[in-house]
Write a protein that binds this ligand. Structure first.
Ligand code: SAH
Length: 447
């Protein structure tokens, strides 16, 4: 096979990032934007030693899983990977990926429970961070670069975000405000930031700037107020003057409102500050937490909630639990967690700001007893030292592991197994429809 060859190929599998895969003369060929069951004529773009990439030029026989693509920037913006196939098939793909990864890396001998599918596969996200294009339009970085693909109305975002994006772009263009250029590090506007409480309707608007002030900020505030009225609870400037890919800087200046919003998650009123982690899909986070509670059986238990963000998982179990201790590294999230406990009349929860491994070790040295440990780490998973402290030090009855990356979860599953904890059950939960991501919640018990 050579570059520019025209080949006919039938798609038999799909990769984690949504690319169809077929075999040609025994070699795997990745053909983006195809579905299992498609027969296509494709042009070979690149040939490697064991696989190749090709572009579908004509569909000879379409797969029954195909759907009409409803987004003009699909496959360019770096967000969705599954808009060309139906949602049920997407769930099957995610289910299989979780099963296969746990089998291959985690050496798990049994399949996950059926994936908990999303009720809405569109307009579910409560947070957006748009880079600003040189002309003031908002959009997303293209797949492998920092070129902005304009898209003010993303189908994953609520309609309110499109309205706010429009207002912002008009404001930038009218006042000729400069846009940050990564190569020269000049210009003011870096990102536009939105958060939305699905249960409360509250909106936070943020502008990430390379500087300390936004010219005519009150004009922007007025236009947002006219559009959103009382639902507009905060307009903030986030100061980021560093030459970095990290989007948010450390400092927030509130130019309007209270500087945070509220939402409700599993009955808990949650305060969300600009920097606090908050699950992006409220409806599905509730299902995830419900499953986590089913696994944890918090009744009368002492719970340690590691990587707790604004405290939401632990707080959602606090009314039944005997005690909750949360650990989180971002100090503003810890502050939110403490306030969240107070506002919900929860008196049996406390929160520690620090690295999960260090804090766990200290708690263990202090002789703290826990019955259930919840682990909800970022994508890189847990340090082995933390798993050791949890499994051998605390030796709880149960560990409930919530993961947003099945590869690191599978690795950690094998480690927990060595430390005497057995995986009893695991369930994928689709918090991120149309994207390549999937969440998994697991129950481990002491052998
Ligand atoms: N359980 C929370 C947050 C999960 S996201 C929820 O469901 O909303 C993972 C969290 O881990 C983030 O809040 C992140 O700030 C925090 N984190 C990342 N590294 C950490 C570390 N080394 N120690 C403690 N927390 C950490």
């Amino acid at each position: 096979m050579n570059k520019n060859d025209i080949i006919e190929i039938t798609v038999t599998d799909i990769s984690a990032d949504g690319s169809g895969i077929g075999k040609y003369n025994g070699m795997a060929v990745f053909v983006p934007l195809t579905a299992v069951g498609d027969s296509v004529v494709a042009r070979v773009l690149k040939v490697k030693k064991n696989y190749a990439f090709a572009k579908a030029e004509q569909i000879i026989h379409p797969s029954e899983h195909r759907t009409n693509i409803d987004c003009s920037v699909f496959n360019r913006c770096g967000g969705c990977v599954f808009r060309h196939i139906d949602y049920r098939t997407e769930c099957d793909i995610k289910q299989n990926r979780v099963a296969q990864t746990m089998r291959r890396i985690g050496k798990v001998q049994f399949d996950p429970k059926p994936i908990i599918a999303a009720t809405n596969s569109n307009r579910y996200r409560n947070k957006a961070l748009y880079p600003v294009a040189p002309n003031g339009e908002l959009g997303f970085y293209s797949k492998r670069s920092h070129r902005v693909i304009p898209c003010g109305d993303c189908l994953l975002h609520p309609k309110e975000f499109a309205d706010a994006a429009d207002i912002f772009t008009n404001f930038v263009q009218k006042h000729n405000i400069s846009v940050y250029d990564e190569t020269t590090q000049r210009g003011l506007l870096r990102h536009f930031y939105l958060r939305y409480g699905f249960k409360t309707g509250e909106i936070m608007v943020g502008v990430v700037i390379n500087g300390s002030e936004l010219p005519e900020a009150d004009q922007l505030v007025n236009r947002l107020k006219t559009k959103f009225g009382d639902n507009l609870k905060s307009v903030i400037l986030n100061i980021n003057t560093k030459n970095t890919n990290v989007v948010l800087g450390d400092k927030n200046v509130t130019v309007y409102g209270r500087g945070y919003i509220y939402d409700i998650l599993c009955g808990v009123k949650v305060r969300i500050s600009p920097q606090s982690f908050y699950q992006v899909n409220n409806a599905m986070a509730e299902k995830l937490y419900k499953k986590a509670a089913e696994y944890a059986e918090p009744d009368g238990k002492n719970i340690l909630d590691l990587y707790c963000g604004a405290g939401t998982i632990g707080l959602s179990m606090a009314h039944e639990a005997k005690s909750v201790i949360g650990v989180e590294i971002i100090s503003s999230a810890v502050k939110d967690a403490r306030i969240n406990a107070g506002q919900n009349n929860i008196t049996n929860a406390r929160f520690i700001c620090g690295d999960a491994s260090d804090a766990a070790e200290k708690l263990e040295n202090d002789g703290i007893l826990t019955d259930v440990v919840i682990l909800d780490p970022p994508r890189k998973g847990c340090d082995e030292s933390l798993l050791k402290t949890v499994a051998l030090g605390f030796a709880p009855q149960k560990i409930v592991y919530v993961s947003c990356d099945v590869a690191t979860l599978a690795r950690d599953t094998a480690i927990l197994e060595q430390f005497g904890f057995e995986l009893k059950e695991y369930t994928p939960v689709d918090l991120f429809p149309r994207t390549a991501h999937v969440e998994t919640v697991c129950l481990f018990e002491k052998k």
